[in-house]
Design a protein around this ligand. Sequence first.
Ligand code: ZN
Length: 284
Amino acid sequence: MKLSFNQTHKYSSLEEDLKYCEEYGFDEIELRLNKIKEYLKNHTIEELVMFFDTHRLKPYALDSLENVTFCDDIQYQQIKDDLNFLGEIGNKIGCHTIVVVPSFNVGDYTINQIKMESIRVLNDLADQAEKMNMRLAFEFVGDPDCSVNTLQQCYDIIKKINRESVGMVLDFFHFHSLGSHIEELKKVDPEKIFVVHIDDADDFPRGYLKQDKHRRFPGEGSINLDEILSTLKQIGYEGTISVELFRDEYDNWGAEEFIRTAKIKTENIVRKHFPSKAILNNDG
Ligand code: ZN
Protein backbone atom coordinates (compact mmCIF):
# COMPACT_ATOMS: atom_id res chain seq x y z
CA MET A 1 0.00 0.00 0.00
CA LYS A 2 1.61 3.23 -1.14
CA LEU A 3 1.03 6.58 0.54
CA SER A 4 0.67 9.78 -1.41
CA PHE A 5 0.49 13.46 -0.51
CA ASN A 6 -1.94 15.82 -2.22
CA GLN A 7 -0.52 19.30 -2.76
CA THR A 8 -3.03 21.14 -0.61
CA HIS A 9 -0.78 23.53 1.33
CA LYS A 10 -1.86 26.94 0.08
CA TYR A 11 1.55 28.58 0.23
CA SER A 12 4.02 25.83 -0.59
CA SER A 13 5.51 25.45 -4.04
CA LEU A 14 5.87 22.30 -6.09
CA GLU A 15 9.63 22.37 -5.42
CA GLU A 16 9.03 22.40 -1.66
CA ASP A 17 6.37 19.68 -1.81
CA LEU A 18 8.63 17.43 -3.88
CA LYS A 19 11.55 17.97 -1.53
CA TYR A 20 9.69 17.26 1.70
CA CYS A 21 7.57 14.40 0.34
CA GLU A 22 10.78 12.68 -0.70
CA GLU A 23 12.48 13.50 2.59
CA TYR A 24 9.64 12.27 4.82
CA GLY A 25 8.99 9.11 2.89
CA PHE A 26 5.84 9.56 0.87
CA ASP A 27 5.81 7.16 -2.07
CA GLU A 28 3.78 9.36 -4.39
CA ILE A 29 2.45 12.87 -4.84
CA GLU A 30 -0.72 14.27 -6.37
CA LEU A 31 0.16 17.30 -8.43
CA ARG A 32 -2.25 20.22 -8.66
CA LEU A 33 -2.84 22.13 -11.87
CA ASN A 34 -2.24 25.60 -10.37
CA LYS A 35 1.00 24.47 -8.71
CA ILE A 36 2.27 22.93 -11.95
CA LYS A 37 1.52 26.16 -13.84
CA GLU A 38 3.30 28.17 -11.14
CA TYR A 39 6.31 25.82 -11.27
CA LEU A 40 6.59 26.15 -15.04
CA LYS A 41 7.07 29.91 -14.76
CA ASN A 42 10.59 29.31 -13.46
CA HIS A 43 11.28 25.71 -14.50
CA THR A 44 10.99 23.48 -17.52
CA ILE A 45 8.96 20.32 -17.70
CA GLU A 46 12.24 18.49 -18.31
CA GLU A 47 13.36 19.47 -14.80
CA LEU A 48 10.23 17.83 -13.39
CA VAL A 49 10.82 14.73 -15.51
CA MET A 50 14.41 14.65 -14.22
CA PHE A 51 13.23 14.92 -10.61
CA PHE A 52 10.99 11.87 -10.89
CA ASP A 53 13.67 9.97 -12.82
CA THR A 54 16.18 10.48 -10.05
CA HIS A 55 14.05 10.19 -6.90
CA ARG A 56 12.05 7.57 -5.10
CA LEU A 57 8.93 9.78 -5.10
CA LYS A 58 6.61 9.25 -8.09
CA PRO A 59 3.50 11.07 -9.33
CA TYR A 60 0.11 9.57 -8.37
CA ALA A 61 -2.51 11.72 -10.10
CA LEU A 62 -3.11 15.17 -11.56
CA ASP A 63 -5.72 17.43 -9.91
CA SER A 64 -8.09 18.49 -11.34
CA LEU A 65 -10.65 19.39 -14.00
CA GLU A 66 -13.47 21.10 -12.10
CA ASN A 67 -17.10 22.00 -12.76
CA VAL A 68 -17.10 19.84 -15.87
CA THR A 69 -20.86 19.32 -16.24
CA PHE A 70 -23.60 21.75 -17.34
CA CYS A 71 -20.95 24.08 -18.82
CA ASP A 72 -21.27 26.70 -21.53
CA ASP A 73 -19.03 26.42 -24.59
CA ILE A 74 -16.35 28.76 -23.30
CA GLN A 75 -16.08 26.95 -19.94
CA TYR A 76 -16.00 23.59 -21.66
CA GLN A 77 -13.26 24.64 -24.06
CA GLN A 78 -11.12 25.66 -21.05
CA ILE A 79 -11.69 22.21 -19.52
CA LYS A 80 -10.62 20.52 -22.74
CA ASP A 81 -7.55 22.75 -22.95
CA ASP A 82 -6.64 21.86 -19.36
CA LEU A 83 -7.16 18.17 -20.13
CA ASN A 84 -4.81 18.50 -23.06
CA PHE A 85 -2.24 20.31 -20.90
CA LEU A 86 -2.44 17.74 -18.08
CA GLY A 87 -2.29 14.91 -20.63
CA GLU A 88 0.94 16.28 -22.08
CA ILE A 89 2.46 16.74 -18.61
CA GLY A 90 1.24 13.32 -17.49
CA ASN A 91 2.79 11.53 -20.43
CA LYS A 92 6.13 13.21 -19.82
CA ILE A 93 6.29 12.43 -16.10
CA GLY A 94 4.59 9.01 -16.29
CA CYS A 95 1.30 9.85 -14.59
CA HIS A 96 -1.87 8.75 -16.32
CA THR A 97 -4.72 9.69 -14.00
CA ILE A 98 -6.61 13.00 -13.90
CA VAL A 99 -9.16 13.87 -11.19
CA VAL A 100 -12.42 15.28 -12.57
CA VAL A 101 -15.03 17.09 -10.44
CA PRO A 102 -18.74 17.59 -11.20
CA SER A 103 -20.43 21.01 -11.15
CA PHE A 104 -22.14 22.79 -8.25
CA ASN A 105 -25.42 24.72 -8.01
CA VAL A 106 -26.64 23.49 -11.38
CA GLY A 107 -30.32 24.20 -10.67
CA ASP A 108 -33.41 22.02 -10.90
CA TYR A 109 -32.05 18.86 -12.48
CA THR A 110 -33.17 15.44 -11.35
CA ILE A 111 -30.75 12.69 -10.39
CA ASN A 112 -31.43 11.03 -13.73
CA GLN A 113 -30.82 14.23 -15.72
CA ILE A 114 -27.55 14.76 -13.83
CA LYS A 115 -26.60 11.16 -14.59
CA MET A 116 -27.22 11.65 -18.32
CA GLU A 117 -25.21 14.89 -18.39
CA SER A 118 -22.33 13.35 -16.39
CA ILE A 119 -22.23 10.34 -18.71
CA ARG A 120 -22.27 12.55 -21.81
CA VAL A 121 -19.43 14.77 -20.56
CA LEU A 122 -17.27 11.97 -19.15
CA ASN A 123 -17.57 9.99 -22.38
CA ASP A 124 -16.59 13.04 -24.41
CA LEU A 125 -13.61 13.82 -22.15
CA ALA A 126 -12.62 10.14 -22.14
CA ASP A 127 -12.51 10.13 -25.95
CA GLN A 128 -9.86 12.84 -25.73
CA ALA A 129 -8.12 11.33 -22.67
CA GLU A 130 -7.77 7.87 -24.23
CA LYS A 131 -5.99 9.32 -27.26
CA MET A 132 -3.40 10.65 -24.80
CA ASN A 133 -3.23 7.42 -22.80
CA MET A 134 -4.88 9.12 -19.81
CA ARG A 135 -7.76 8.03 -17.57
CA LEU A 136 -10.32 10.03 -15.62
CA ALA A 137 -11.21 9.70 -11.92
CA PHE A 138 -14.61 11.27 -11.18
CA GLU A 139 -14.86 12.68 -7.64
CA PHE A 140 -18.23 13.06 -5.93
CA VAL A 141 -18.24 15.92 -3.44
CA GLY A 142 -20.26 15.48 -0.23
CA ASP A 143 -21.77 18.95 -0.39
CA PRO A 144 -25.52 19.46 -0.86
CA ASP A 145 -24.73 21.97 -3.62
CA CYS A 146 -22.71 19.50 -5.70
CA SER A 147 -24.60 17.77 -8.51
CA VAL A 148 -22.99 14.39 -7.70
CA ASN A 149 -22.62 14.12 -3.94
CA THR A 150 -22.85 10.49 -2.78
CA LEU A 151 -20.93 7.33 -3.53
CA GLN A 152 -24.05 5.61 -4.79
CA GLN A 153 -24.85 8.39 -7.27
CA CYS A 154 -21.26 8.51 -8.51
CA TYR A 155 -20.82 4.76 -8.87
CA ASP A 156 -24.09 4.50 -10.74
CA ILE A 157 -22.66 6.89 -13.35
CA ILE A 158 -19.32 5.09 -13.53
CA LYS A 159 -20.95 1.68 -13.96
CA LYS A 160 -23.17 2.96 -16.74
CA ILE A 161 -20.20 4.48 -18.60
CA ASN A 162 -18.39 1.15 -18.31
CA ARG A 163 -15.10 2.30 -19.81
CA GLU A 164 -11.64 1.29 -18.66
CA SER A 165 -10.55 4.92 -18.82
CA VAL A 166 -13.27 6.19 -16.44
CA GLY A 167 -13.31 5.43 -12.71
CA MET A 168 -13.86 7.37 -9.53
CA VAL A 169 -12.25 9.00 -6.54
CA LEU A 170 -13.20 7.88 -3.06
CA ASP A 171 -12.58 10.79 -0.70
CA PHE A 172 -13.24 9.89 2.94
CA PHE A 173 -14.42 13.43 3.76
CA HIS A 174 -16.96 13.44 0.93
CA PHE A 175 -18.04 9.91 1.75
CA HIS A 176 -18.69 10.87 5.38
CA SER A 177 -20.06 14.39 5.00
CA LEU A 178 -23.35 13.47 3.31
CA GLY A 179 -23.61 10.05 4.86
CA SER A 180 -22.71 7.71 2.00
CA HIS A 181 -23.31 4.14 3.11
CA ILE A 182 -20.57 1.64 3.87
CA GLU A 183 -22.82 -1.07 2.38
CA GLU A 184 -22.58 0.76 -0.95
CA LEU A 185 -18.80 0.75 -0.76
CA LYS A 186 -18.86 -3.02 -0.24
CA LYS A 187 -20.51 -3.37 -3.66
CA VAL A 188 -17.88 -1.33 -5.52
CA ASP A 189 -15.49 -2.98 -7.96
CA PRO A 190 -12.04 -1.97 -6.63
CA GLU A 191 -10.80 -1.64 -10.21
CA LYS A 192 -13.15 1.32 -10.55
CA ILE A 193 -11.53 3.21 -7.68
CA PHE A 194 -8.70 5.09 -9.39
CA VAL A 195 -7.86 7.44 -6.52
CA VAL A 196 -8.39 7.40 -2.73
CA HIS A 197 -8.22 10.58 -0.64
CA ILE A 198 -7.87 10.09 3.10
CA ASP A 199 -8.62 12.81 5.64
CA ASP A 200 -10.68 13.34 8.79
CA ALA A 201 -13.32 15.91 9.73
CA ASP A 202 -14.70 18.13 12.46
CA ASP A 203 -17.72 16.62 14.17
CA PHE A 204 -20.34 18.77 12.47
CA PRO A 205 -23.79 17.68 11.23
CA ARG A 206 -24.52 16.35 7.74
CA GLY A 207 -24.89 19.12 5.21
CA TYR A 208 -23.08 21.69 7.34
CA LEU A 209 -19.92 19.66 7.11
CA LYS A 210 -19.08 20.48 3.54
CA GLN A 211 -16.22 22.89 3.53
CA ASP A 212 -12.70 21.81 2.95
CA LYS A 213 -11.61 23.88 5.95
CA HIS A 214 -13.36 21.32 8.17
CA ARG A 215 -10.83 18.66 7.24
CA ARG A 216 -8.43 17.32 9.83
CA PHE A 217 -5.40 15.06 9.92
CA PRO A 218 -6.40 11.38 9.83
CA GLY A 219 -7.23 10.19 13.34
CA GLU A 220 -8.08 13.66 14.67
CA GLY A 221 -11.72 13.86 13.69
CA SER A 222 -15.05 12.08 13.59
CA ILE A 223 -14.86 10.00 10.40
CA ASN A 224 -14.92 6.25 10.96
CA LEU A 225 -11.64 5.75 9.11
CA ASP A 226 -11.23 2.19 10.35
CA GLU A 227 -14.54 1.16 8.84
CA ILE A 228 -13.74 2.67 5.45
CA LEU A 229 -10.18 1.32 5.37
CA SER A 230 -11.20 -2.17 6.42
CA THR A 231 -13.90 -2.14 3.75
CA LEU A 232 -11.36 -1.07 1.11
CA LYS A 233 -9.20 -3.97 2.20
CA GLN A 234 -12.16 -6.35 2.18
CA ILE A 235 -13.16 -5.46 -1.40
CA GLY A 236 -9.56 -5.88 -2.54
CA TYR A 237 -8.45 -2.33 -3.13
CA GLU A 238 -4.68 -2.34 -3.49
CA GLY A 239 -3.99 1.10 -4.92
CA THR A 240 -2.43 4.14 -3.33
CA ILE A 241 -3.98 6.17 -0.51
CA SER A 242 -3.42 9.91 -0.75
CA VAL A 243 -3.80 12.35 2.15
CA GLU A 244 -5.73 15.44 1.13
CA LEU A 245 -6.01 18.19 3.74
CA PHE A 246 -7.35 21.64 3.19
CA ARG A 247 -7.54 23.58 6.44
CA ASP A 248 -6.66 27.24 6.96
CA GLU A 249 -4.93 26.39 10.22
CA TYR A 250 -2.51 24.02 8.48
CA ASP A 251 -1.65 26.63 5.86
CA ASN A 252 -0.07 28.65 8.67
CA TRP A 253 2.38 25.82 9.28
CA GLY A 254 5.52 25.61 7.19
CA ALA A 255 5.36 23.11 4.34
CA GLU A 256 7.95 20.86 5.97
CA GLU A 257 6.10 20.52 9.29
CA PHE A 258 2.80 20.04 7.48
CA ILE A 259 4.11 17.27 5.22
CA ARG A 260 6.02 15.55 8.04
CA THR A 261 2.92 15.52 10.26
CA ALA A 262 0.63 14.41 7.43
CA LYS A 263 2.92 11.46 6.75
CA ILE A 264 3.09 10.31 10.38
CA LYS A 265 -0.65 10.65 11.05
CA THR A 266 -1.68 8.99 7.80
CA GLU A 267 0.71 6.12 8.20
CA ASN A 268 -0.47 5.47 11.77
CA ILE A 269 -4.04 5.00 10.57
CA VAL A 270 -3.39 3.15 7.32
CA ARG A 271 -0.90 0.77 8.94
CA LYS A 272 -3.63 -0.71 11.14
CA HIS A 273 -5.28 -2.15 8.04
CA PHE A 274 -2.49 -2.57 5.54
CA PRO A 275 0.77 -4.18 6.72
CA SER A 276 3.50 -1.79 7.76
CA LYS A 277 6.04 -3.91 5.92
CA ALA A 278 4.42 -3.12 2.59
CA ILE A 279 4.45 0.58 3.39
CA LEU A 280 8.04 0.63 4.60
CA ASN A 281 9.31 -1.42 1.70
CA ASN A 282 7.52 0.75 -0.78
CA ASP A 283 6.88 -2.27 -2.92
CA GLY A 284 3.18 -2.78 -2.41
ZN1 ZN B 1 -10.63 14.70 -2.65
